[in-house]
Design a protein around this ligand. Structure first.
Ligand code: ADP
Ligand code: MG
Length: 283
């Protein structure tokens, strides 16, 4: 069994109000394995954020159920434990900062859980270190860059010692440097054992995942390894998604009979071309 099991969930935003609109999620099933790096992509309005909010009980399905380590997100007595297990980082870093000093911000959630001050101190230091922000502990969050703010938001989640980190377009408001900072932290946390669910509109980012899920109109339209998903260029275009430029080139080379097997990102592709041309970088 996965660390999170999503069993045939549907969700309607206005179910209570008797307004008939298309459900935001339609019979979605998904098993998230402990330690995996899962990416979710899909056009605007395809249901990605709605699905993300189901992963720690922020939303509860209209039908079906979600189990986090076997705990049903509808079980109110487990809701705190579920929120500790699965942390969600959202798009806008400014909306996630609640205090005027970085370390207070990271301590905010564990304080609300009633954790002892001494233990909180340890966790705050550990979390700030994990995101490379320890020298900013006493800074004012509003003085930080977007990428640094997002790292503080992630530190706040890490202070809860989560097992799963969900990032809902967490890099989309950041400049290229901020995006790269957050991505490298997320990759390192995954290598240390934290399960990652990363929602992104940037197809290139999805190439680093173990598995990619493509949502369309509230349903899972495609899934597989990045290679399996991105080799289906026509299907992706039909779902209003771009194929990353490097992957597009890879697909075209394969159509011509070449075998750039590992070349899903720019670095691998550079190596493939260097090999094909018989040049090495000297190290
Ligand atoms: N608070 C809300 N109330 C009503 N409808 C909503 C709300 N949030 C999202 N929706 C609708 O649910 C569908 C899925 O939205 P969302 O999960 O935000 O998609 P994505 O994150 O993929 O852009 C869309 O049709 C959207 O308009
Ligand atoms: Mg969204």
């Amino acid at each position: 069994m996965g660390i999170i099991e999503v069993n045939s969930i549907s969700y309607e935003y206005n179910a209570a109000k008797d307004i008939s609109i298309a459900p935001a999620l339609k019979d979605v099933s998904l098993s998230i394995e402990q330690g995996e790096f899962l990416c979710i992509v899909g056009h605007n309005g395809s249901g990605k954020s709605t699905l993300a909010k189901h992963l720690n009980g922020l939303l509860q399905p209209t039908s079906g159920n979600v189990l986090v380590k076997g705990m049903d997100t509808k079980d109110e007595q487990r809701s705190l434990e579920i929120k500790k297990t699965v942390g969600i980082c959202f798009q806008n870093p400014d909306n996630q900062i609640v205090t005027t000093i970085v370390e207070d911000d990271v301590a905010f959630a564990p304080e609300n859980l009633g954790i002892e001050p001494k233990e909180i101190r340890l966790r705050v230091n550990m979390a700030l270190k994990a995101v490379g922000m320890e020298s900013y502990a006493t800074s004012a969050p509003h003085m930080l860059s977007g990428g640094q703010k997002q790292r503080i938001a992630i530190a706040g989640l890490l202070a809860m010692q989560p097992e799963v980190l969900v990032l809902d377009e967490a890099t989309s408001m950041l400049d290229p440097a901020g995006k790269a900072e957050v991505l490298s932290i997320v990759q390192r946390l995954n290598s240390e054992g934290i399960t990652i669910v990363m929602i992104t509109q940037y197809m290139e980012e999805a190439t680093i995942a173990d598995r990619v899920i493509v949502m369309a109109d509230g349903e899972i339209a495609l899934q597989g390894t990045p290679k399996q998903v991105f080799s289906q260029a026509a299907a992706l275009r039909g779902l209003r998604l771009d194929v990353p430029a490097v992957v597009d080139l890879r697909n075209r080379l394969i159509a011509k009979g070449m075998r750039p097997t590992h070349a899903l990102n720019a670095k691998d592709f550079a190596n493939f071309i260097a090999e094909a041309l018989g040049v090495t970088n000297g190290d």
